[in-house]
Design a protein around this ligand. Structure first.
Ligand code: GLP
Length: 239
C-alpha cells in the first residue's frame, strides 16, 4: 500500500490522468466508481477531459459500489442520480454500460448477479474508493466479513450521521444499503483510495498503521497488491 500526500487539486488531476491513461490504452476497460463528496473533483476532471476530446468513454463499463435501499434511481438522494448528475450525463458513455446496484424492486435478484456481472465484463481494472470515518469502504461497516460479496448492509449510526448532510433531516437517511462486499472490492486489479480533510485523518492514520482487522473494514486493503492512497495534508496520517 502506497500513500501519496499532495494537495486535493493535484490528487484529483493525478487520479483522473491515471483513469484517462487506462481508457486510452484499453477503451473497453471496467471502472469501479464511488459516490460521496470525495471523488467529485476526479469526476469533474473526467468530464473536462471528455469535453475537450482527451478521452472517450464510448466503450467504457462502470460498476458502482453501492446504493441506498428503497431509493429509486430518480430520487435526488440515490447514488444512481448522483452518478448521472456528476458524471454520466456529461460524458459520452453508453448508459447501458453503467451499473449501480438497484435498491428497489427485485434488488435481491440484482444483488445475486452483481459480482458475476462484474466478472463477465472482464473484472474491475481500477476501483475508486473513499473512506468513512469509521473505516467503512462502500457500505461495508465494521464487522463485515472479509469474504463478503454484494449484499444488503445496515448502516452504522456514525455513517447515518455523516451522510445526513446530504438529506434535509437525519430521519430521511436510509438505514440500509446494497453494497459490493469487501471481497468484491478486493477483486479489482488496482485500487485508488482518496481521502481529504481533517475528519479523515484518524481513519487514514489507522489504515496506514497496518493492522488488519474486521473492526476496521478498510484494513483489508493492506492485503491487496496494488493500492494507492491519495491524501491531502489535512488527512495525512499521524507519524
Ligand atoms: C458513503 C459511501 C462511501 C464513501 C463515504 C465517504 O458512506 N457509501 O462509498 O466513501 O460515504 O463519503 P465522503 O466522500 O462524502 O466523505
Amino acid at each position: 500500500m502506497k500513500t501519496k500526500v499532495m494537495s486535493k487539486d493535484a490528487a484529483n488531476i493525478e487520479v483522473a490522468d491515471i483513469i484517462i491513461g487506462l481508457i486510452n490504452e484499453k477503451s473497453d476497460c471496467v471502472l469501479g466508481l464511488a459516490t460521496g463528496s470525495t471523488p467529485l473533483g476526479v469526476y469533474k476532471n473526467l468530464v473536462d477531459a471528455s469535453k475537450t476530446g482527451k478521452v472517450s468513454f464510448k466503450n467504457v463499463k462502470t460498476f458502482n459500489l453501492d446504493e441506498y435501499l428503497g431509493l429509486e434511481g430518480t430520487d435526488k438522494h440515490s447514488y444512481r442520480y448522483f452518478m448521472n448528475h456528476n458524471l454520466f450525463d456529461s460524458i459520452d458513455i453508453d448508459k447501458n454500460n453503467t451499473h449501480v446496484p438497484s435498491g428497489v424492486g427485485d434488488y435481491q435478484g440484482h444483488i445475486n448477479k452483481y459480482d458475476d456481472h462484474i466478472k463477465e465484463s472482464g473484472g474491475i481494472d481500477i476501483q475508486i474508493l473513499g473512506i468513512g470515518t469509521d473505516g467503512h469502504i462502500a457500505f461495508n461497516e465494521p464487522g463485515t466479513p472479509f469474504d463478503s460479496l454484494t449484499h444488503v448492509a445496515d448502516l452504522a449510526e456514525s455513517t447515518i450521521r455523516d451522510n445526513a448532510r446530504f438529506f434535509s433531516s437525519i430521519d430521511e437517511v436510509p438505514t440500509k444499503a446494497v453494497t459490493m462486499g469487501l471481497k468484491s472490492i478486493m477483486n479489482a486489479r488496482k485500487i485508488i483510495l482518496l481521502a481529504f480533510g481533517d475528519n479523515k485523518k484518524e481513519a487514514i492514520t489507522r489504515l496506514t498503521k497496518g493492522t488488519v482487522s474486521v473492526d476496521f473494514p478498510a484494513s483489508i486493503l493492506i492485503n491487496h497488491p496494488d493500492v494507492t492512497i491519495y491524501v491531502d495534508e489535512e488527512a495525512a496520517p499521524n507519524k
